[in-house]
Design a protein around this ligand. Sequence first.
Ligand SMILES: [Zn+2]
Length: 478
Amino acid sequence: MDKRSNDLRPNVEFTSASPEVTGSCIHCHIDYPNNTYTNFAVDCGSFQEKEHDKLNYQFNFEPKDLSFLLVTHAHIDHIGRIPFLVKKGFTGPIYCTNDTKLIMDFSLKNAVHIVKSNAGKKGYEPLFVSEDVAKAMLQVHGVHNDSFLKVDDHIRVYFCTNGHLIGSATILVQIFYEDCQPINIIFGGDYNDRNMFFDVPKLPEDIRKLPVTIFTEATYGYMNSDEVEYCFEDNLVQFYKKHPNGIVVIPTFALRTHEIVKTVSSMQRCGLINPFTVYVDGKMSSTFNQMVASGAFESVPHDNINFLPRKFKYLRKEIRANRYTSTSPQIIIASSGTGSYGPIVNYLQNMFNREDVLFHFTGYPVPGTIARRLYDAEDEAYVHIAGLCVQKKATVKFTSQFSAHAKRDQIMNFLMGFENPVFVIVTHGNQNPKAIIAEEALNKLNVPNVGILSDKVRFRVGCNGLIEASSTEYNSTL
Ligand SMILES: [Zn+2]
């Protein structure tokens, strides 16, 4: 391996293969002054945008050269390619919090059939199979939140509590070398300062005082938190005023199920809606919700696990059809949140033609998705739902209030919490929000450099921040 600096201090080079929002995986190459080096990566997620699908089958580094992998959280765009990384030769340890390890295990097992069916449709080989998941999970080491872990003689990491998802962490990596100043790097991991199920403490003061290079995401960099419309509760109340015996069907992402269940349960407990039965449908949604409610996660205090509605049931596939024609008021929470796969497809096909049904999406309906088509369709219009032509009689609403991503003001608060940032690197987001966060960071923080990491740009940093920014094309010819 060539040594790229004559400096007597170590430096780290960051590269990413991700052009946009998904496929989170930051490759880090540390050069030490004694001509040794270490490679590691932070997250290894799937690319979910259709146009980037082929990127799932390649890495911009050699998997067997990685010494270890750090995982910030268990969303599939951060973990979805870990089994493929292992299949391609990565044999090192994978470090994450204990809660992330639990979620990763069932998420990746659940992903096997999705990966298989996606690949089958396109005539590709599946990215991985069950055996690859089992092998990868043997390499995973769970750690407690808010504790240091010595990875090797030069590197230690600290997993700070992050509100984005149960188990998620903002990770501090410190690189030590002889009597040099350490290099401190914060990987934000979709940092969010709040969570419905546990308190998110401020990052420890001694970490916030460090001279630090900070990675931040920018997914919702285009909006402030006060622009989020909190309309879910009101929409349900209004619907039941009009249709006292109506049915509310809530498409949800599996790892968001517990938050919807808790919200509905709270509405029932305080009398906003009647205490009729609440159902959860979907294998992964049910598993995750059961885990939260049974106290399986160490980051969720036991005071917060008593959130289920009084009348509450998990639905099995065999009895799902009974719901389609039911005339009793009830709430059905079913995966997936996009409406494009999972049991929610069956509910849409069979209940979209009922006037007494409200489909309430729990995420923004992105243009081009089925959720958007259903939302935009005129009343009484015919819409295609997974091969069926159905007349729209149901009401369709959506809210972004359950989104776990920090908005612009929260991202800036996170960054401004550091007293001595030496370099801010924006990653994970479309071009526009990344540019907005980069500009605001330059204007509001006392930081010498702000960069946007992408598949086109790489950065080399030392203890005082940026050493060199270069295009990947330029470096690949070296
Ligand atoms: Zn995430």
